[in-house]
Design a protein around this ligand. Structure first.
Ligand code: S3P
Length: 446
């Protein structure tokens, strides 16, 4: 669903201590994959804890358009009756993936080796993002894509009638590209191999195995070598979606910064391909304890107890950690601005092609709030002084994480921080406002 909705201006003000329990919604990455793998399976997939953000709802609608039966039974409770590997029907309408790069890239991968044609579009943000990174490897399977100049949506993909398997080394650390290639490999004969020089989130590999595919992962001098045996029969599964560590990041960082806070955030994924923010916060001196570690929905999880942490220190995040916290740099830059000393975020150029250019969006907004910033193509540097003047309205650029990051900043800056549009928050974290309000945060619509 393309968002041309009226902007929702919002403002955050200095807040009293945040307290209570923050029940974070389901993981966005795993929610997309549960719907897509359910659609590619034979039989019924039962999903609990599905994130009902707009991005995921758009993927659910797309799976219906490709022939799967997708039904909502209650909050987070969904079933998918799939069409099997290679069974996608040709959609009669354009597929609108809204704001979601993950949705469009994984779905294009999933249809690329089936002889059907589909046209994809999205909102103003998604239609600016690069698709060549997936159409290049999908062409190796025999699929053909025609899009706008620069490989942008709207774009038509003609699936390969006689797909061949592929061996592909990722040119950038991207779980979306890796996943598009693996999903395309499902309907190719033989073995499809993806080599990732830097590890990225591994939900696709874990879930493909769970649905019955043969996937092996080996560490080699070139990186992780992932091998998928093509044309498996996937069978419907029960998927319990764990809570999203990328959404948890906002209340967690808010509680670290707001004096007197103590919150509990149950069941947050500790998957090592997703926990770079938490590693970094501990290095900065954050008071976070990981209680009751266990496994849920095939992912390692723990309950996070987070206390206000005065005296956070600036740190350097190394390039090799970037992929494991790629969605968390905006909120880390907020924490960094309230810490003492310089925080250097290295190897972050992928942030330039997210829902917005997140380096530019954070740099301009933080500067407007009185924070000293340096940046180059691949690095963001925040000079923290332990206090932020605030008092600005920051542009969110159709980017949910930019909106939530600046609203967290406004809880501790001297003057309030406003955002021009909080509407995009609904793509990933529709319950953000009531959840933050219940903890005591002063975030309002204007
Ligand atoms: C995602 C991968 C990441 C991340 C996005 C979700 C996924 O994108 O930023 O929010 O679910 O595979 P890239 O693969 O482009 O790094």
């Amino acid at each position: 669903m393309s968002a041309h909705a009226t902007p929702i201006p919002m403002i955050a003000r200095r807040s009293p201590a945040l307290t209570g329990v923050a029940q974070i919604p389901g993981d966005k990455s795993i929610s997309h994959r549960a719907l897509i793998l359910g659609a590619l399976s034979v039989g019924e997939t039962r999903i609990t804890g599905l994130l009902e953000g707009q991005d995921v709802l758009d993927t659910a609608a797309a799976m219906r358009a490709f022939g799967a039966t997708v039904t909502r039974h209650g909050e987070g409770e969904w079933t998918v009756n799939g069409v099997g590997v290679g069974g996608f029907a040709e959609p009669a309408q354009v597929i609108d993936c809204g704001n979601s790069g993950t949705g469009v890239r994984l779905i294009m991968g999933a249809m690329a080796t089936t002889p059907i044609t589909a046209t994809f579009t999205g909102d103003a943000s998604l239609n600016k993002r690069p698709m060549g990174r997936i159409t290049d490897p999908l062409a190796l399977f025999g699929a053909r894509a025609v899009g706008r100049r620069g490989g942008k949506l709207p774009m038509t993909l003609v699936g390969a009638a006689e797909p061949v398997p592929v061996r592909y080394t990722l040119p950038m650390p991207s779980a979306q590209v890796k996943s598009a290639v693996l999903l395309a490999g499902l309907n190719a004969p033989g073995e499809t191999v993806v080599i990732e020089p830097e590890a990225t989130r591994d939900h696709t590999e874990r879930m493909l195995r769970g649905f019955g595919a043969e996937v092996s992962v080996e560490e080699s001098p070139e990186g992780r070598v992932i091998t998928l045996k093509g044309q498996p029969e996937l069978t419907g599964q029960s998927v319990a979606v764990p809570r999203d560590p990328s959404s948890a990041a906002f209340p967690v960082c808010a509680a670290l910064l707001v004096p007197g806070s103590e919150i509990l955030v149950p069941g947050v994924s500790r998957n090592p391909t997703r926990d770079g923010l938490y590693v970094t916060l501990l290095e900065m001196g954050a008071d976070i304890t990981f209680e009751n570690p266990r496994e849920e929905g095939g992912e390692p999880v723990a309950d996070l107890r987070v206390r206000h942490s005065p005296g956070l220190k600036g740190v350097t995040t190394p390039e090799e950690r970037a992929a494991s916290m790629i969605d968390e740099f905006p909120v880390l830059s907020v924490v960094a601005s309230m810490a003492q000393g310089v925080t250097v975020m290295r190897g972050v150029k992928e942030l330039r092609v997210k829902e917005s250019d997140r380096i530019d969006a954070m740099a301009r907004g933080l500067e407007a709030c009185g924070v000293k910033i340096e940046e180059d193509e691949d690095t963001l540097i925040v000079h923290g002084t332990g206090r932020v003047p605030g008092g600005a309205t920051c542009e969110t650029r159709l980017d949910h994480r930019i909106a939530m990051s600046f609203l967290v900043l406004g809880l501790v800056s001297e003057e309030p921080v406003a955002v021009d549009d909080g509407g995009p928050i609904a793509t990933s974290f529709p319950a953000f406002e009531p959840l933050m309000a219940a903890l005591g945060a002063r975030i309002e619509r204007r």
